[in-house]
Write a protein of this length. Structure first.
Length: 94
């Protein structure tokens, strides 16, 4: 789903992403929503342009649509990590 500027809080999750997030426990869902809002707010602040929310390797992912304006961020809760929500960032320098 393409998301335009000033889209935090009001934009629903794309259906495939929503189905994954609905399986998270309440606390993890709340953290996911808070971090999702921070990702969108920071993308707006940096003028990164539109973003796509999708699944990568079965985990919610945020991708910038404009080349060289950001990197994919994956954000997921793992059943074995009851009190954590995982944020995965690439470590390779470009």
């Amino acid at each position: 789903m393409k998301i335009s500027r000033n889209r935090t809080r009001a934009m629903p999750l794309p259906e495939p992403v929503a189905k994954i997030v609905e399986t998270y426990p309440d606390g993890a869902r709340q953290r996911f929503d808070a971090i999702r809002n921070m990702i969108h707010e920071e993308a707006d602040r940096l003028d990164a342009g539109p973003m796509t929310e999708t699944l990568k390797w079965g985990e919610p992912a945020f991708l910038t649509d404009t080349p060289r304006t950001g990197t994919t961020i994956r954000l997921a809760w793992k059943p074995g990590s009851v009190s954590y929500t995982h944020l995965t960032l690439p470590t390779k320098r470009i």
